[in-house]
Design a protein around this ligand. Structure first.
Ligand code: 3H9
Length: 692
């Protein structure tokens, strides 16, 4: 065995050179790996005893792609394209031996080899689109030639990896190897190629599959229409599609050159920078510096949920889906029955859509029990309280839980706003109390705010983080404060949106601006969806806000067919003349002189105060890092991934510009818009939030 460099070894196995790449954790194509691969290939070519070359990886995976952390930095040679040129120049057959994942640039290396073999558990794919990129090392040119344009287009535009078996069906690989015997299979394949004198199968020379697509140009138009809907606001897919179209229309070399240009265009785009930021943010978010990876976790086999309402039911479904048994406790039989049947109905609806079998429905329901007996929670490992927001009630419940539930079990509150420390203080185990704040609908939304109380023990936090993953959530650690991270920032947006409609905008103007920005809906459409009467009471209502007036007129949102908007029977919203009149009257009565408000101001007035609040959250240590705040907004509120989250967005605008606008807003619209000290400091130092 010869070390080519620190990450690539070369060994000769009875006439076959084996290049082993070993760059943990995922064999990303760093400069060292590229250099080692290039050098290793050349060494193998020069060795007369080597008749073929196998490229295989050590560790958990084949090459998982280009090294994303290198993008946006000065290029280091050799470039991946140079390495692939070295592969193309080979006179000896090259076999890629794939386990784990062959993704992006990794799959492109495999596509440049002459043959491919993979174990059945391997996954292959071109996920670049998820990073706001397109495959930039020949993927858009080679994959259509190898498997046909339609499956290649789907794989490239969806970015979804496919299994080795699928790859075999498509002809993307030549053989499946037995698990654990990949090298043997690759060597066998190499020897048979040598002994049979098989030709070098260069994908770039394959023409028949793209010839078929030439006679079907409508394929691209159909895909363009389809993906325009799926990728509202995203840019990369258009260029990726164009590049695949080039594969059909242009000679290989020209297609490759165009692909390179398109890739370079995307790699420097703000969208791709945002998506790469999110990639790393997602991987950082589960790390808690003072809770190391080896912190012991508590076994969670039985979960109790207090409250069978929408929230309690949704929360329960997460655990049932993960095979964890759930006991729901309610105070009234009727509410319990309703809650349990809602869960069943939700599952049956999923089954009716073909996304689950009836056997799966029954399996989940068999893990669920409901009772009015509080004592049934005694042997739970975790109990989540999901009753309505009332501190006195919650304290009473936690006191009772503490007395009933076994020692060592975790007690969690799903409160959206309340002080976890105060709740914890009503128990004798504040170290085993924390907040688990799910977002509605709790079985769908990916975000889980994990609220760390002053006394929450480290194993409890480690357990919550691990559990979040197990139930398919993104757990984000947050500190105790009113509304935690997500709702605390949302309140800023809501307040300014409410002011804007009195100053001159209409609800549909505000909603349109935020929708066009990329959010799934604006604040008024969202209020209509949630119901305007949350927290409203007829007796106490005194027409003191537009919202109160709407409720008084039975415009309580989508459920009454009228809210800020009018809704037809398909829940399609149209602006309401009545609401417009209410707003105008309300503003007039308060002596507010309405003015024309630009779309830019609507955006800045609603988004910058959120960024400002995010800065305060960081200042107070209520979030661990600014990228965690971005993850909250992406997973809990549908913030567009291509804008990287509110904090990243603030940086792309420029913190100095955000600060200047906030200063102006503070003077014109009040002290609530006063810039955070942290924002002032970072802007003056020309730094970003990451250095906060
Ligand atoms: C590309 O290839 C462009 C080309 O077309 C053209 C070039 C010219 N780079 O996810 P994990 C890190 S674009 C750098 O937790 P898993 C990751 O940050 C690329 N770092 O493991 C983490 O670090 P840490 C196309 C990377 O087992 C650690 O590795 N490829 C990269 O859950 C473990 O990662 C992709 O988009 C990378 N490419 O999942 C694939 N990949 O421990 C991206 C990972 O410090 N990668 N890291 O937090 C993945 O999808 C998953 O990592 C994978 C493993 C499925 C491979």
């Amino acid at each position: 065995m010869t070390a080519i460099n620190s990450v690539v070894d070369l060994s000769l196995h009875d006439g076959v050179a084996v290049l082993t790449l070993n760059s943990p954790p995922v064999n990303a194509l760093s400069a060292a790996l590229r250099a080692g691969l290039d050098e290793g290939l050349k060494t193998a070519y020069a060795d007369a005893n080597a008749k073929a070359v196998v490229i295989i990886c050590a560790g958990r995976t084949f090459i998982a792609g280009a090294d994303i952390s290198e993008f946006g930095k000065p290029p280091q040679f050799p470039m991946l394209g140079d390495v692939l040129d070295t592969m193309e120049a080979s006179q000896k057959p090259i076999i890629a031996a794939i386990h784990g994942t062959a993704l992006g640039g990794g799959f492109e290396v495999a596509l440049t080899a002459h043959y491919r073999v993979a174990v059945p558990s391997a996954k292959l794919g071109l996920p670049e689109i998820k990073l706001g990129l397109l495959p930039g090392a020949g993927g858009t040119q080679r994959l259509p030639r190898l498997i046909g344009v339609k499956p290649a287009l789907d794989a490239i535009l969806s970015g979804t990896p496919f299994s080795a078996r699928q790859a075999l069906d498509w002809g993307a690989i030549d053989a499946l190897a037995e698990e654990g015997k990949l090298l043997d299979a690759a060597l066998d394949l190499a020897r048979s190629i040598i002994s049979d004198g098989k030709p070098l199968r260069r994908v770039k020379d394959m023409a028949d599959k793209i010839a078929a697509a030439r006679s079907n140009p409508s394929l691209f138009d159909a895909a363009r229409k389809d993906y325009a809907r799926k990728y509202r606001g995203f840019e990369a897919w258009k260029l990726a599609l164009q590049s695949v179209e080039n594969a059909v229309k242009l000679p290989f070399e020209e297609g490759i050159a165009a692909e390179r240009d398109l890739f370079m265009q995307l790699v420097s785009s703000t969208q791709s920078k945002a998506q790469r930021h999110v990639f790393f943010a997602e991987r950082q978010v589960s790390k808690i510096p003072d809770v190391p990876d080896d912190t012991p976790v508590l076994p969670i086999e039985k979960v109790g949920v207090l409250g069978a309402g929408t929230m309690g039911g949704g929360i329960s479904m997460n655990f049932l889906n993960a095979g964890i048994s759930v006991t729901i406790v309610e105070t009234r039989q009727e509410a319990l029955d309703r809650g349990l049947s809602t869960i069943r109905r939700n599952y049956e609806n999923t089954a009716a859509k073909g996304r689950m079998s009836m056997a799966d429905v029954e399996k989940r329901m068999s893990l669920l029990s409901g009772t009015l007996a509080f004592e049934a929670l005694a042997d739970c490992d975790l109990v989540i309280e999901a009753v309505f927001e009332n501190m006195e009630l919650k304290k009473e419940i936690f006191k009772k839980l503490d007395a009933t539930v076994k020692q060592g079990a975790i007690l969690a509150s799903n409160t959206s706003y309340l002080d976890i420390d105060e709740i914890a203080a009503s128990t004798r185990r504040p170290d085993h109390v924390l907040g688990l704040h799910f977002f509605s609908p709790a079985n769908v939304m990916r975000l889980l705010e994990i609220v760390r109380g002053a006394k929450t023990a480290k194993p409890v936090l480690a357990t919550a983080m691990q559990l979040a993953k197990k139930i398919g959530k993104v757990g984000v650690l947050v500190g105790v404060c009113h509304g935690f991270v997500g709702n605390r920032m949302l309140e800023q947006r809501q307040r300014e949106a409410n002011k804007l409609i009195l100053e001159g905008a209409m609800p549909w103007d505000v909603d349109r601006v935020l929708y066009d920005f990329g959010l799934p809906m604006g604040p008024f459409a969202m209020s209509d969806l949630a119901g305007l009467d949350i927290g409203w009471s007829k007796e106490k209502s005194s027409s003191s806000t537009v919202r109160e007036i709407l409720c008084e007129r039975d415009r309580r949102g989508q459920k009454t067919g009228r809210g800020f908007y009018d809704y037809d029977e398909n829940r399609k919203a149209t602006p309401s003349a009545e609401v417009e009149a209410i707003i105008l009257d309300f503003a007039r009565a308060r002596g507010i002189e309405r003015r024309v408000i630009s779309d830019d101001e609507i955006l800045e007035r609603t988004i910058y105060p959120m960024i400002n609040e995010g800065a305060k959250i960081l200042e107070e240590g209520k979030a661990q890092r600014s990228s965690d705040i971005d993850i909250v907004w992406i997973n809990g509120y549908g913030w567009p991934v291509y804008r990287g989250g509110p904090m990243f967005y603030g940086e792309t605008v420029g913190l100095d510009k955000v600060l200047a606008r906030l200063k102006d807003f503070e003077v014109r619209f009040g002290p609530q818009l006063k810039p955070a000290a942290l924002l002032e400091r970072l802007a003056s130092e020309g730094k970003g939030f990451a250095s906060a």
